[in-house]
Design a protein around this ligand. Structure first.
Ligand SMILES: [Zn+2]
Ligand SMILES: [Zn+2]
Ligand SMILES: [Zn+2]
Length: 141
């Protein structure tokens, strides 16, 4: 089963019908494999759904985030969304290009480095992201 099929099943199990629009938004994020703004999602879907409203995009993206099939982050006050890597079944972090949204998976998780500084504590969640310019955008700038 692909991570995309898994995401569709997660939606179904939570009572969400995979309508045309919802499915296409998810499919887009799955195929792009990078962080996108709601605006970019809207623009990419325009040829398919010319009248799709930012509201519809946002509502669906938030649903996806709630169901953990999409990850979100924030950059300069703007939300970015990508298909969840956790569905690919392995925990990792990202380098995110601030120019094109390209994400590069990082093999190492830094959380173990901090456990010695937190005796007796239990870390239950963590975020770690690196932002910058990818190779292509570095050359272009
Ligand atoms: Zn990833
Ligand atoms: Zn880039
Ligand atoms: Zn980690």
């Amino acid at each position: 089963m692909t991570a995309f099929e898994q995401a569709v099943i997660t939606l179904k199990n939570n009572g969400y019908k995979t309508t045309g629009k919802r499915q296409k938004i998810l499919e887009l994020l799955y195929n792009q494999d990078k962080y996108m703004t709601a605006k970019e999602v809207q623009n990419s879907l325009k040829p398919l759904f010319p009248g799709i409203s930012p509201d519809t995009i946002y509502r669906n993206l938030n649903t996806f985030v709630d169901l953990s099939v999409v990850e979100e982050t924030e950059l300069n006050g703007e939300k970015l969304f990508r298909f969840s890597c956790e569905l690919h079944g392995h925990h990792h972090h990202h380098f995110i290009c601030t120019e094109c949204g390209k994400t590069i998976g990082l093999e190492d998780c830094p959380i173990d480095m901090f456990s010695s500084q937190l005796p007796g504590c239990q870390v239950t969640a963590h975020r770690f992201e690196l932002f910058g310019l990818c190779e292509t955008c570095s050359i272009a700038s």
